[in-house]
Design a binder for this molecule. Structure first.
Ligand code: P6P
Length: 339
């Protein structure tokens, strides 16, 4: 019989392992948890109310903002502003970072970066989507507005990272550097219960996730790796299985639990791939490493990349340790671009 441990109780119990932490992170998690509950309610009735479809606005990424994108961004922002420990936020849906102006927030030690609703193009077709978050200590002095440098920190400086996945059930999965832990939401009483303590990603998996529609544009190493995955080698459990949901959070979550590799390579008209370093790649990369996996841009550790722009993109290979190393070996052996 598994115990009933709530997210709050678990975080407090973990705090005992980090006496230096002052409970402020709890407040940030409380904000994320609240936003997750509000989003869960809206997403679960999306077909019944006017929150489906495009807002008619193009975001800084050049992508059509979905109505729920805007709703999610506003709710995450409002929840974070209300708690004071967060001095500012950067979001996929905001052109620049948002400095929280009230004095209480300006005394906050942390900044939060977020993709408030990843995979939003799937909203209208009822496919899993997610919220990704990444927390840093600010570098600028307390009691002053945050500055861009507070957000342009390498992923190895994160103090907390995680995601909420709105799928067949709603889960919050996070790390603060002491492993990766998953909590499942019980909407009947509005509580997240510990359901996946200390998640470990298998070193080797048999699932690869990539948009093979881009195959002809991929670098040679990726093409060779995909052929490797498709070879019939029963003793190595090949061919692998191809699974691509089109929601990074959903593909990552399945690969985290079962083992697998997610790839978004660079290609001709996307020299840095599609995914954003600060609020998509870094948080999931830390979680992958905390669970025993790996995340690179094909050549270097994602968490060591020094950011230069808020919305910069990077090629992305994340998942089971041995699978990331395998695709890296193909990229090294066949360095050519698309032919
Ligand atoms: P494509 C969603 O827009 C996203 O950022 C990820 O969640 C997803 O894995 C990827 O883009 C899908 O991109 O180009 O394959 O449709």
């Amino acid at each position: 019989m598994s115990q009933l441990i709530t997210l709050d109780e678990f975080i407090i119990s973990k705090q005992a392992e980090h006496p230096e932490s002052t409970g402020e992170l709890n407040q940030i998690f409380a904000a994320i948890k609240l936003a997750a509950k509000v989003l869960n309610r809206e997403i679960n009735k999306a077909g019944l109310v006017d929150v489906i479809g495009s807002s008619g606005i193009e975001n800084v990424q050049g992508e059509q903002q979905q109505k729920l994108d805007v709703f999610a961004n506003d709710k995450v922002k409002a929840a974070l502003m209300a708690r004071g420990h967060v001095a500012g936020m950067a979001s996929e849906e905001e052109d620049s970072f948002v400095a929280f102006e009230d004095p209480y927030s300006q005394s906050g030690k942390y900044v939060v970066l977020t993709d408030p609703l990843d995979g939003s193009s799937n909203i209208d077709v009822n496919v899993s989507i997610g919220t990704i978050f990444s927390v840093y200590r600010r570098k600028s002095p307390l009691n002053s507005p945050v500055v861009l440098e507070d957000f342009l920190q390498p992923g190895n400086q994160q103090v907390a990272a995680g995601y909420v996945i709105f799928g067949s059930s709603t889960m919050l999965v996070y790390t603060t550097g002491s492993g990766v832990h998953g909590f499942t939401y019980d909407p009947s009483i509005g509580v997240f219960y510990l359901s996946h303590e200390n998640i470990r990603i298998p070193d080797q998996g048999q699932i690869y996730s990539v948009n093979e529609g881009n195959y002809l544009k991929f670098p040679q190493g990726v093409k060779r790796y995909l052929k490797y995955c498709q070879e019939i080698v029963p003793e190595e459990n090949r061919p692998y299985t191809s699974r691509y949901i089109g929601s990074l959070v959903a593909d990552f979550h399945r690969n985290l639990l079962k083992g697998g590799l997610y790839m978004y390579p660079s290609y001709a008209n996307a020299p840095n791939g599609k995914l954003r370093l600060l609020y998509e790649c870094n948080p999931l990369a830390w979680m992958a490493e905390q669970a025993g996996g790996k995340a690179t841009d094909g050549h270097q550790r994602i968490l060591d990349i020094e950011p230069t722009e808020l919305h910069q993109r990077v090629p992305y290979y994340i998942g089971s340790h041995n699978m990331v190393e395998k695709v890296e070996s193909f990229l090294q052996e066949f360095p050519g671009g698309a032919e």
